[in-house]
Design a protein around this ligand. Structure first.
Ligand code: NAD
Length: 467
């Protein structure tokens, strides 16, 4: 759907008007485009005491094509960068100027063991934030608090969430801020995640804390076509977010098997045919469907399942029919469980596979008129949390993404004033696009994300709802 306000405030007249009357000015977000360099410009690096992640980071920066500069807090960076043959220099606040010369700020806080050492984060962001350009990226690196050796360290690492979320709210201008907690032993498994958070692919993901655990898997990744040779099932693929997911996975090299209800067969084929994928017209909620899908896919097997199909039937609970309650829970939640059971039991989903489930911020915050929907979407989060350890035995990851306000036919049905509020109540002051959800799913489906499991990542522009 078109966001008329965003287009208006980015016109010369609109920009002048909103400036003079003090209205929010959403930035036109820089999104990934295959014909533009994904990583471009200068990254400023800072660190707390004894950072553990700079070596791995230097490798990522060298391979991605950024140029780096070291803030005075990261003295170690210069020799490390030299070892990785990475061009580097020192960050000069005066030279960087207020004109947004810097594309990304990365602060390695992994060695911080006490709240008194958080001053280094202040020093870095105080000096550098104004140098960050439009649609810049902030990434804070830490250690998972719950794995810390003592309460002081746990406390200091947990404090990074407040820092990162506030940076996301202060930065504006299309800038995102995210926190990556890297477990001991997983230092060299963070590349796919760091690339995602430094890239325009994460345009609408802000204020998130993601954990990377060490995993037994060692994969050589083709960064241009990471999903080449993989087979990916996407439910609800005919339109909206599902169609965007199918496109994003196919662009990364996957063979996509799109599933949608029989009445959407034509739209499904129109989406999947140009991707040279396969279509399966099934109602995922029909009792016989899981076995039929498993049988249809059994011979070649699959590597990725994206549970995207979902519906809303909004009414306050006193006015809701039992049928409306039941169908929403059944399609959005129980059908996912039944399909996974069938695919896992038959071994159709291969070991080392990826399951990504689409939840919603309604499942986190609850929502007026959505008891059925919010129950189903909170259940999706429960599914991910309860199954991660069990699936880990087969090296299968399971994660959920929770979209906020995304411009689709589903949100186009929302009454205008509520829709406008939904769009603006986030740090980026705009709704997301289906491609923002799709790119986040492609990251979680990545072979380099074996250590990312059991997590819920919001794609909501740092919405105030449920935060
Ligand atoms: P949409 O209505 O545009 O698309 C949903 C697709 O799922 C449709 O193609 C539909 O035919 C299919 N589908 C529905 N029931 C099915 C069934 N029983 N079997 C097979 N296919 C079925 O919706 P969307 O906005 O693209 O949403 C996609 C997912 O994202 C949903 O799970 C939704 O709850 C979630 N979500 C959307 C938003 C948003 O702002 N749009 C926000 C949060 C979460």
């Amino acid at each position: 759907m078109k966001d008329t306000y965003l287009n208006f405030v980015n016109s010369p007249f609109g920009a002048r008007l909103v400036r003079s009357i003090g209205l929010p000015k959403p930035e036109v977000l820089r999104r990934y485009r295959a014909d533009r360099p994904e990583f471009d410009g200068l990254v400023a690096i800072g660190a707390g005491r004894q950072p553990h992640l700079l070596d791995a980071l230097a490798g990522v920066i060298a391979r991605s094509g950024f140029t780096s500069v070291a803030h005075e807090s990261a003295g170690l960076w210069i020799p490390l960068a030299a070892r990785h043959a990475l061009m580097t220099g020192r960050f000069e606040p005066a030279e960087a100027g207020p004109h947004g010369r810097v594309a990304a700020l990365i602060f390695d806080a992994s060695g911080i063991e006490d709240s008194s050492q958080l001053d280094s984060a202040f020093g870095f962001f105080h000096d550098t934030l104004r140098s960050l350009g439009k649609c810049g990226r902030i990434v804070v690196l830490g250690r998972p608090p719950e794995a810390c050796a003592n309460p002081r360290q746990w406390t200091a690492q947990r404090a990074l969430e407040g820092l990162t979320r506030s940076l996301g709210k202060e930065a504006r201008r299309g800038i995102t801020a995210n926190l990556v907690y890297v477990a001991q032993g997983a230092e060299h498994e963070a590349e796919a995640t760091l690339r995602f958070f430094l890239s325009p692919r994460s345009a609408y993901v802000s204020g998130q804390a993601v954990r990377i655990a060490s995993s037994p898997e060692s994969t050589t990744v083709d960064w241009a076509q990471p999903l080449a040779g993989k087979r990916a099932v996407v439910t609800g693929a005919a339109r909206g977010i599902g169609a965007a997911i199918a496109n994003a996975l196919a662009a990364e090299g996957a063979h996509v098997i799109g599933i949608d209800i029989p009445s959407a067969r034509e739209a499904l084929e129109a989406t999947i045919r140009p991707l040279s994928g396969t279509t399966l017209a099934f109602d995922i909620a029909a009792p016989e469907t899981p076995a039929q899908i498993a049988a249809a896919l059994d011979e070649l097997g699959i590597d990725i399942v994206v549970h995207n199909a979902g519906i809303t039937k909004d009414k306050t609970i006193a006015r809701m029919t039992e049928a409306a309650w039941h169908s929403v829970i059944d399609i959005n939640l129980s059908a996912q469980e039944r399909l996974d059971d069938a695919l896992l039991a038959a071994g159709t989903l291969r070991d080392g596979g990826r399951i990504v489930c689409v939840s919603s911020i309604s499942g986190i915050a609850g929502n007026m008129g959505q008891t059925n929907y919010a129950t189903s979407k909170a259940g999706v989060i429960g599914r991910v949390q309860s199954m991660a350890a069990r699936l880990g035995e087969r090296r299968i990851t399971i994660n959920a993404i929770a979209p906020g306000f995304i411009e689709t036919q589903m949100t186009a049905k929302i009454p205008l004033t509520i829709r406008e509020a939904g769009r603006r109540m986030n740090s980026l002051s705009q709704g997301g696009q289906p491609v923002d959800v799709a790119q986040t799913i492609a990251w979680l489906a990545h072979p380099g994300c074996a250590g990312v499991t059991g997590q819920v990542v919001r794609v909501c522009g740092q919405s105030l709802i449920g935060a």
